[in-house]
Design a protein around this ligand. Sequence first.
Ligand code: HEC
Ligand code: HEC
Length: 492
Amino acid sequence: MPRKTLFTFALTAALIVSCNENSSPIEASVDEELAGLILDNNLDGDPLNGAVPPAIGSPMADLGKRLFFSKSLGGEMDASCATCHHPVLGGGDALVLPVGVHAIDENMLGPGRLHDPGAQGFDGGPTVPRNSPTTFNLFLWQRSVFWDGRIETVDGGIFTPDSAGYPTPDPLAGSTLSESQARFPVTSGEEMRAFVFEDGNANEDVRSHLAARIGNNGIGAGEITDNWLPLFQTAFEDPMGTAVDLITFPNIVEAIGFYEDSQVFINTPWRNYIEGNEDAISDAAKRGALLFYNSPAKGGMSCVNCHSGDFFTDEDFHLAAFPQVGRGKGDSVDGSNNSADFGRQRVTGILADRYAFRTPSLLNVAATGPWTHAGAMEDLSSLVRYHANPEAEFFSFSFANLPVGTQITDSFENTSDVMFELAKQRAANSTLLAPNRSLSDSEVADIVAFLSALTDPRVLDPVALEPWIGRNDGTFTDSNLLDAHDGNLNQL
Ligand code: HEC
Ligand code: HEC
């Protein structure tokens, strides 16, 4: 190449580079380093790995959606699944801890939803002891559901709370984790059943009574007047089927599970970046990704130790030592209170599992707050700061700043007990958490930018979510539809 041409070429190249921020030498090296980490971690951005989720819009998904939004599945008809898992609220309820039955306004969701102080079982705060996780991407969980994994794929089937001891399969569990799970909220007094309906009776009695109610027959005859049968006939492709044949509890949960499994939201900016669009995420998110994937030796936080793969979870259980708030699960270290939550130990009975919770997926995490098993973290920056340095952050954590009514009387003591176990794990080198590190404000902001890039834009857009919202229409009217609104009376 003649000298002059070479010079012009170099100049043009320099101009192009300086016009495109993401191609400057420094940024290019971040992209290169990330490319290496993406390769090392075997990421392709697609957690489905060829599995095909059900589509929303089919008759089965439509039936499942209507059931998911129906308070007819609540014992006293005041709570539906969507009460705590509304798509517009990130597939959760936007509360630290849920209020299920006996809300003052049963159609109000999110902040402002309060338990009726005069109702049975009220103790001053939310009556459900754990944060409501998102139903988004339920289809992707292979091993277990619930914070403590108490519905779990085991040899020979699915273990559930109805099983005869861990890890015996439950013969009635159904074939998917989603179906198995949907059998339980209806039996929980605080979540859906309330305290009069089938009180004291077996879970199967609750379920068959609810099916009879939806089918308007037997023990449930006359409890509602809505005609669900045609929806079941279409979904189960049995136009002549009777209510007794078709409106069974296994069919109800099959439809609900089908609908939930259609909530797959995985098209994130991060995926787009992995697929080759270097501009899909911000420079801050790229720096956050380096902190996320790199080991402490390389200046990172090894978040990927637990939040691994394209689904951002190892599906295993770890002690992360987040604050324990709420009424707890009735556990107690020394008998001084019964408001602790032993987490995974409650399922396996193994002491080493105490305070361990399932590693959450981080897909859509920007939409699924408040976070952690007890919902104590209300913003992602504080969460990241705490997660990186629990021992120090615990002492400055302000329980009193949680929403009024959150039960915090025993929280300091209960969380201290958790810290004690974490200290043992640190000493034994048995935790996968990185060594404590006080992150700078900009490091926190970078990690939060990365976390935000793990969110599918559709979950932040009510218009995009509309196909998943239960509404009365020309096809069917449910007199017990959850007609959800927020604290400002905006319809959800
Ligand atoms: C009062 C609020 C409430 C209601 C009503 C409710 N849930 Fe939940 N849901 C929760 C809470 C809290 C958890 C976590 C409990 C735990 O892990 O111990 C949960 C967990 C789940 C999970 C597990 C998600 C995961 O990733 O582990 C699914 C799925 C789910 N619920 C679906 C349903 C369905 C289906 C219904 C209706 C039949 C329903 N929920 C009704 C509060 C509620
Ligand atoms: C030792 C395994 C482990 C490591 C390492 C780890 N996490 Fe976690 N993470 C967890 C567990 C377990 C929870 C849930 C704990 C709970 O609910 O009490 C969690 C919760 C979270 C949550 C809240 C998600 C939700 O839906 O509630 C976020 C966000 C998060 N981690 C991000 C990170 C980031 C960022 C890093 C690195 C700085 C990190 N994690 C490192 C195990 C880990």
